[in-house]
Design a protein around this ligand. Structure first.
Ligand SMILES: N=CN[C@@H](CCC(=O)O)C(=O)O
Ligand SMILES: [Zn+2]
Length: 409
């Protein structure tokens, strides 16, 4: 039973990610929860009384990870494809069809069970806000089924009928299906629409139609773009005002400038204003496909807000470890620890437009710790967040709270 109020005290370093504060990182801090919301944050000696008190023993605390890009509704195994890739085979979008076949054959029960197990794994790794996508159904009925199942587990769901033109289908007819009957069927279960704009998947023109249809249906927009080579994805995302373009491995200077141009009304010091198109980098995917790492440093320097996400999926990135993504971003992508932690918390929330909220049920901000935000917190088995990169691969995730409830003890 969760107590009505909980105080977690003796937090050695509390990284709030609330850059409106003069002191976003507090030492010897405490945080209080009332039910699902954060009710107080401040120096431990000034903490209010609470029904229950937990001593963090000097551990570091930070917002739970916001994983803004996963594909968890699937069945089947592609470890042989991975092994072949590590032996020199290139990655191609066609592998999606293999998972689609296995997913279509799975019962609702099995698909739900598999999804729940993956979501539990993510939570055990510190993820407290989870996006997931459809995209392994690729028929009206199967996409609607994936969306329905996803909506019972994930915090927010993306429709990715435009993941691959199913083998044998006509690309133009399939795009029309995605924009029409398929979109109508999934609409009750999803908040976002996405398109894989890439050679071998959807052309710029088809992607444009998918985004326009999603926009008309009132969905937020996201794009898989510039993953396997240069392409129109990033520019389209900026043009449509998409919340995020994800992968971004192959960006031209014009792509970076277009993304930066969407952030002119954003105050990057305070983290307030009107957000533009987030560039979501997926380091685990880059490593697992031996692709060039996404240019997170270059994007940040150009004024683009960056998110880090796991892209957990059976083809290109079968891990939901955000700790791994943060460590890789620091060790190999040139981000500071503070930048990487921010990208995996506040950045993910920005990419899902849940960085700010109304302090009432159903509209709580995540990705930063402030009064009224959802009580999503992780404690590390370490005195500072720097240990995430300083001690890569070590089991540093301690207690995890989601909406005030402990999800990992
Ligand atoms: N790039 C497109 N989709 C997935 C991979 C899907 C798969 O290979 O099964 C991704 O984000 O990497
Ligand atoms: Zn993806």
């Amino acid at each position: 039973m969760t107590p009505a109020s909980l105080l977690i005290t003796n937090i050695g370093e509390l990284s709030t990610q609330d850059h409106r504060r003069p002191d976003p990182v507090l030492r010897n801090a405490a945080i209080a929860f009332e039910g699902e919301r954060i009710s107080w944050i401040g120096p431990a000696p000034q903490a209010p009384a609470a029904d229950e008190v937990l001593d963090a023993g000097g551990r570091a605390g930070l917002p739970g990870w916001v994983d803004s890009h996963t594909h968890l509704v699937f069945a089947g195994d592609r470890s042989a494809e991975f092994e072949a890739r590590m032996a020199g085979e290139p990655y191609a979008a066609g592998g999606i069809a293999v998972t689609t076949e296995a997913t279509r054959s799975a019962s609702d029960y099995d698909l739900t069970r598999l999804l729940m197990a993956r979501a539990a794994e993510a939570a055990a790794g510190g993820t407290t806000y989870l996006e997931t996508k459809t995209g392994y159904g690729l028929t009206v009925e199967e996409e609607a089924r994936s969306a329905r199942i996803a909506s019972t587990v994930a915090d927010t769901v993306t429709f990715l009928g435009a993941h691959l033109v199913p083998p044998g289908a006509d690309p133009e007819e399939y795009t029309e299906l995605v924009c029409g009957p398929m979109l109508t069927a999934v609409r009750p279960y999803v908040q976002w629409i996405d398109v894989f704009c890439e050679e071998g998947a959807f052309t710029a023109d088809q992607s444009r139609r998918v985004l326009a249809a999603g926009q008309t249906a009132g969905l937020g927009l996201r794009v898989h773009g510039n993953q396997l080579g240069p392409g129109a994805g990033a520019a389209l995302a900026a043009e449509f005002g998409a919340a995020s373009v994800d992968h971004v491995n192959h960006l031209s200077d014009a792509d970076v400038a277009a993304l930066a141009g969407t952030w002119t009304d954003w105050d990057s010091t305070a983290g307030t204003g009107t957000p533009g198109t987030v560039a979501t980098c997926l380091p685990a995917c880059d490593l697992s496909t031996r692709a060039p790492l996404a240019p997170a440093r270059r994007l940040l320097d150009a004024g683009v807000q960056v998110a880090l996400a796991s892209n957990c999926n059976p083809g290109t990135s079968f891990t939901s470890s955000m700790n791994f993504c943060v460590a890789t971003a620091v060790l190999q992508m040139g981000l500071t620890v503070a930048e990487a932690v921010r990208a995996a918390t506040f950045g993910g929330a920005l990419a899902l437009r849940v960085h700010t909220g109304e302090d009432r049920d159903g509209a709580r901000a995540v990705g930063s710790l402030a009064v009224g935000h959802r009580a999503d917190l992780q404690l590390l088995n370490a005195p500072s967040a720097a240990h995430l990169a300083y001690r890569p691969g070590m089991p540093l995730t301690g207690m995890v709270f989601r909406a005030g409830e402990p999800v990992r003890g």
